[in-house]
Design a protein around this ligand. Structure first.
Ligand code: ZN
Length: 157
């Protein structure tokens, strides 16, 4: 396993649409392990493959309940609304207020390419929405209400 370099806002790779994963290879498994390690080392709660420069539809999330690996994820349902601070490892030192659904149901494949569904509320719902947008080349800064501001001691997502 290895820590990968996190790409930052302004890097073109963060604006691209990622490709579906068609089969699980050793290389992709290593990528997933590296993404988890990179996310934990950066104290993030989520990381998408384009953030480490790989244009594949893969995200990893851990909101404190253990790692979630989502390959080719899709949102099936959303409900409600939450408005709160959001940050991104690709936009270091900044955060901003974003409104997201308060509930999300999603479908994805795991590292074995087995399909699963996941439901999340609050931070998990926010993280799923945030990470999936990276796969289509979008950053949360496009959705910030008001101004981006400097993070004091707040946790980054
Ligand atoms: Zn992000």
């Amino acid at each position: 396993m290895a820590i990968r370099t996190i790409r930052e806002i302004g890097d073109e790779v963060l604006t691209k649409t990622c490709k579906e994963v068609t089969k699980m290879t050793l290389r992709t498994k290593v990528l997933i392990e590296d993404m988890l390690e990179t996310m934990y080392q950066a104290n993030g709660v989520g990381l998408a493959a384009p953030q480490v420069g790989i244009l594949k539809r893969i995200v990893v999330i851990d909101v404190g309940d253990g790692p979630i690996v989502m390959v080719n994820p899709e949102i099936l349902e959303t409900d409600g609304e939450q408005t709160g601070e959001e940050g991104c490892l690709s936009v270091p030192g900044k955060s901003g207020v974003v409104t997201r659904p308060n509930y999300v149901k999603a479908r994805a494949l795991d590292e074995e390419m087995e399909e699963f569904e996941i439901e999340g509320e609050e931070l998990l719902a926010r993280a799923i929405c945030h990470e999936l947008e990276h796969l289509d080349g979008h950053l949360y800064v496009e959705k910030v209400e008001g101004e981006l501001h400097d993070v004091d001691d707040r946790e980054e997502e």
